[in-house]
Design a binder for this molecule. Structure first.
Ligand SMILES: [Zn+2]
Length: 205
């Protein structure tokens, strides 16, 4: 089994796992956690909490049901030979770290060098959410955004910079408020050509 087959199998397995859990089981799991922290899930203020948490989870983890290929399927080729870098900076996102299910919030800047076709700007923002609305590791999310754009747009190169605050580090553990993590990932010409990478960083600064 090659890596792609293994990934697909893993994704299918995780789909099956989530499908096997009933809404009721998921609500009971939240109640268990509430009891574990010392709460009474039957008191008035918490009666509806498990239901609300699941509703919020559906939004926070909506990315598992979204496909980057579909989002990037509509492209435009009437660009009169435009071949310079296209940059969208400061796309805000919120995600959850897969180690603590704690919030990660920050912004993403994306640049790409088109080849014959471009994609609508809002699609770049939606692409960020496909991967942000999942349990994440920032390094992985950075690479996923870049690789999805590169493979679906078949462009000359992609640059992605992510800057984010991790609540698992700011509000617990080492408790360092105000720290932010930066990750970047490049493909194609932007990986090879330092001048093009500098052009990307200049345009987002
Ligand atoms: Zn964490």
């Amino acid at each position: 089994m090659n890596i792609i087959d293994k990934t697909v199998k893993k994704e299918r397995d995780s789909d099956n796992i989530s499908n096997m859990v009933s809404e009721n089981d998921a609500r009971n799991a939240i109640k268990t956690l509430l009891r574990w922290i010392g709460e009474d899930p039957e008191r008035e203020g918490l009666l509806e909490t498990p239901k609300r948490v699941l509703k919020a989870y559906k939004e926070w983890f909506a990315g598992y049901n979204q496909n980057p290929k579909e989002i990037l399927s509509k492209t435009f080729s009437e660009v009169d030979g435009y071949d310079r870098m296209i940059v969208l900076s400061n796309i805000s996102f919120s995600s959850y770290c897969e180690h603590h299910i704690a919030p990660i919030s920050g912004k993403v800047s994306i640049g790409y060098l088109p080849k014959d076709k471009v994609v609508g700007l809002s699609k770049l923002a939606r692409l960020v959410d496909v991967f942000a609305k999942r349990l994440q590791v920032q390094e992985k999310m950075t690479a996923q955004i870049a690789n999805a754009l590169q493979s679906n747009l078949e462009c000359e190169g992609v640059a992605v910079l992510v800057e984010a605050e991790h609540h698992c580090m700011c509000t617990r553990g080492v408790n360092k408020l105000g720290t932010s993590m930066k990750t970047s990932y490049f493909t194609g010409e932007l990986k090879k050509d330092i001048a093009k990478r500098e052009e990307f960083f200049r345009s987002i600064s």
